[in-house]
Structure formats: C-alpha cells, structure tokens
Ligand binder design. Structure first.
Ligand SMILES: [Zn+2]
Ligand SMILES: [Zn+2]
Length: 175
C-alpha cells in the first residue's frame, strides 16, 4: 500500500490490509505464507515528520530442519519508521535517536509492501524446528523419531554405536 505523504493529514491515520504471497513477492522461497498477512499500519504526522508503525501477523508453513516435516508457526511483527519527506532537507548537525531509524524519502509517497516484506523475511528462523525437542530422523533408516522409534535406538543417552566405540577405545588404551 502506498501512503501519500504530501496529502497526509496531521495526527494519526490508520490502514488495514491483507496481503498475499504474490503481492509480497515471497513465492518460491523455502516457506509458504498461509492465507494472508494482516497488516495494521499507523501513519502519524507531526509537522514535516511522519512516523509509520506497522504491525503484522501471519502464519508460515515451514519445513522442520530436523525431521523435514512441514509445520505451521504464527508470527507477530511490530516496526516503526520515521520519514522526513522532501529532498531539500538541510543537513542536520545533530542526529537524534529517531534519525537512526529514519528513511529520508525524496518522494511524495512511501510503499509499505517492501517494509512488510523485510519484516517477514527477518522473522523466518535460520533453522526452523517443528518443536524445540524435535527428535529428527534416524540417520540409519530415516524413521521420523517424533512418531515412531526404530531398533537403531540412537539418542536416549548412549547408543549401541557409542558403546561399541567406547569398547574399542578401551581395548586400544589397554594395548
Ligand atoms: Zn521436526
Ligand atoms: Zn532407524
């Protein structure tokens, strides 16, 4: 959604929108947006400054990095941006905290979609997990250990293989 900065009235203006994966340009990535992303944007104009706050909530379908099963997780984001419209802004001597997060916009309007897209992408975990204690797959037979156990019995503190290795190590040390 584009916010017209020039014709924005003083005070708060709120916008509600639903964005799909195509609009957000997140198709073909390693996660899928379920239904729509809900965005609640507040543009607050004071003098020549505009503060834009964007709250979103959405559900992603991701693949667990351990058991490789798809799962859903809901996310909430809340980000603020300070915009000073106009390209002829005089250089300011002192930067305030606000300026650190400022977008100096040499434009008359600002598009919220790329901002929302960035928030969404930053929410996606590097190594998605269906749950903290996901047991993953058996490295021998590939069984999903969250749903079934297999006779390879790896994990559970000390596997058959670990015991074998310890035995071999013991024999070597004894000479
Ligand atoms: Zn998992
Ligand atoms: Zn197995």
């Amino acid at each position: 959604m584009k916010i017209d900065l020039l014709n924005l009235k003083d005070g708060k203006t709120e916008y509600f929108e639903k964005l799909d994966a195509a609009t957000l340009d997140i198709e073909g990535l390693e996660f899928v947006l379920k239904d729509f992303l809900d965005a609640h944007t507040t543009a607050e104009k004071r003098g020549n400054k505009v503060k834009i706050s964007i709250e979103t909530n959405f559900i992603l379908i991701m693949r667990c990095s351990r058991c490789l099963e798809d799962y859903e997780e809901s996310f909430v984001t809340d980000d603020s941006y300070f915009v000073k419209p106009g390209r002829d802004e005089e250089a300011e001597k002192y930067l305030t905290d606000e300026d650190v997060y400022a977008i100096f916009a040499p434009i008359d309007e600002i598009d919220t979609v790329p901002l929302i897209r960035d928030s969404l992408i930053l929410s996606v975990p590097m190594k998605p997990l269906c749950r903290e204690d996901c047991k993953g797959l058996c490295p021998v037979c590939g069984a999903n250990l969250n749903r079934q156990s297999c006779h390879h019995n790896i994990g559970e503190g000390g596997s058959r293989w670990q015991k074998m290795l310890m035995d071999i190590k013991g024999k070597i040390e004894k000479g």
